[in-house]
Design a protein around this ligand. Structure first.
Ligand SMILES: Cc1cc2nc3c(=O)[nH]c(=O)nc-3n(C[C@H](O)[C@H](O)[C@H](O)COP(=O)(O)OP(=O)(O)OC[C@H]3O[C@@H](n4cnc5c(N)ncnc54)[C@H](O)[C@@H]3O)c2cc1C
Length: 394
């Protein structure tokens, strides 16, 4: 009987184990997990609701390496896989999909049930510290020593994880892509004005060079946060300029100018001028940047000054830095790519019988269920390729 070992019982590893069992009924399948429980990260996804995939998923949302897998394992194939383990999904108006129960905890329980029913040996507290290939077999060191005919490597990434060693394991096998960086995380900024804006949440648009995202922007003492900032975080570099538009098409600039002219006639001090559009804290920051005293008399403001205010409402710039904190990240940018891994089969180019899935690969995507979609899709693909390698498992 052949043995397949899956390293990492997260989203991609669990999907790989279940699909491998379906395709390779005679094979012994062992799932090694360093934590005391499986699918720990899945519990935290979608604020506990588990944004599991997205109806709008398409290869174009992923780096080139991930596109062949994404064209095969599309929304329907992932939806059907989830249904096969009694995990039907529902979508919201933006195409984000959640389990019917809207509970990540229930989703984890359903996976656990399915893994047990599929006779997959789950070993928790089994942190893999070494992998090598000798005489056609993989030798794996964890809580004990294991021998396998095929390995699916699914250790995830360092995003939000303490003591991550997946990257070192990769390097110990001579697979040495450039280290990934944090992604889907706050964008750090040392701009002093952010201190006065701590806690402000505003609907608007963020632009970083030629890329823009709209949605809720959260301003914190040391960073800019919110989903739109998360989606741009991987493009940020030290000293980059981020431009915030707090109006974002709610009014065109002529209407804004006209409204401001009217406001100058009906408020007593400049501080109240922007109350129709912005929180007072943010309005004061805009006035400060425009060089307007909050205590001044609005009736004395000239059009050139009103235009400076409009510039600050629509192009409020902040100098920002490259994110470096993995503990705040939901995923990483970068990972093993086509130099080391076949983008069609997810098999290692150096080691026959070694397959990869999940975030260890170069496949990050925006917020909205796209990263979990990749975990399921790549897990299914790696299992399919491993089953071809193992035959029927006897
Ligand atoms: C707070 C948060 C919220 C998120 N929300 C969403 C969301 O709503 N929608 C979405 O699409 N994505 C979301 N993501 C991203 C998503 O969770 C990941 O993309 C996905 O879990 C990656 O799956 P994976 O299998 O590659 O890694 P993981 O799910 O991280 O699984 C890897 C597993 O391998 C284990 N492991 C690692 N090293 C070893 C070792 N040496 N030996 C044994 N086991 C090991 C780990 O303990 C872990 O259980 C979120 C991420 C975070 C951090």
């Amino acid at each position: 009987m052949k043995t397949a070992i899956i390293i990492g019982a997260g989203a991609s590893g669990a999907a790989a184990a279940l699909r491998l069992r379906a395709l390779c009924p005679a094979c012994k399948i062992i799932l090694l997990e360093k934590n005391e429980r499986i699918l720990k990260k899945l519990l935290t996804t979608g604020n506990g609701r588990c944004n599991i995939t997205n109806t709008a998923v398409s290869p174009a949302q992923y780096p080139a390496f991930a596109r062949p897998v994404m064209s095969t394992f599309d929304f329907e194939s992932v939806r059907d896989f989830l249904r096969s383990i009694s995990l039907p999904i529902k979508e919201d108006t933006a195409g984000r999909c959640y389990p019917l129960s809207e509970s990540a905890n229930n989703a984890v329980n359903l996976f656990l049930e399915a893994l047990r029913a599929a006779d997959i040996e789950i070993r928790t507290g089994a942190a893999v510290s070494a992998i090598r290939k000798q005489n056609g077999k993989f030798l794996i060191t964890a809580n004990e020593r294991y021998e396998a005919d095929a390995v699916i490597f699914a250790p995830g990434s360092a995003a939000s994880v303490n003591g991550y060693n997946g990257w070192q394991l990769l390097q110990s096998m001579g697979i040495t892509p450039p280290p990934p960086s944090p992604a889907l995380c706050p964008i750090p900024s040392k701009e002093p004005i952010l201190k006065s804006l701590k806690g402000v949440r505003v609907k608007g648009k963020i632009t970083l060079e030629d890329k823009s995202e709209s949605g809720e922007i959260q301003l914190n003492e040391n960073n800019i946060s919110g989903i739109c900032a998360f989606n741009l975080s991987k493009y940020a570099y030290d000293g980059c300029i981020i431009s915030l538009d707090f109006c974002n098409g709610v009014m065109d600039e002529n209407t804004l100018l006209q409204t401001l002219r009217e406001r100058t006639q009906c408020v007593n001090e400049n501080a109240a001028l922007l109350d129709f559009l912005l929180l007072r804290k943010l309005g004061l920051a805009v006035l400060k940047r425009a060089g307007i005293k909050p205590s001044g008399n609005p009736k004395q403001l000239e059009d050139t000054q009103l235009k400076s205010i409009i510039k600050q409402i629509t192009r409020f710039t902040l100098k920002a830095d490259k994110p470096t904190d993995f503990s705040r990240a939901q995923t990483v940018c970068g990972g093993a790519g086509s130099k080391y891994v076949s983008s069609e089969t997810l098999e290692s180019k150096d080691y026959k019988g070694l397959f990869f899935c999940g975030e260890i690969l170069d496949a990050d995507a925006p917020c909205g269920g796209f990263n979990l979609h990749w975990a399921w899709a790549s897990g299914l693909c790696a299992a399919q390729s491993a089953s071809r390698y193992l035959g029927n498992g006897e």
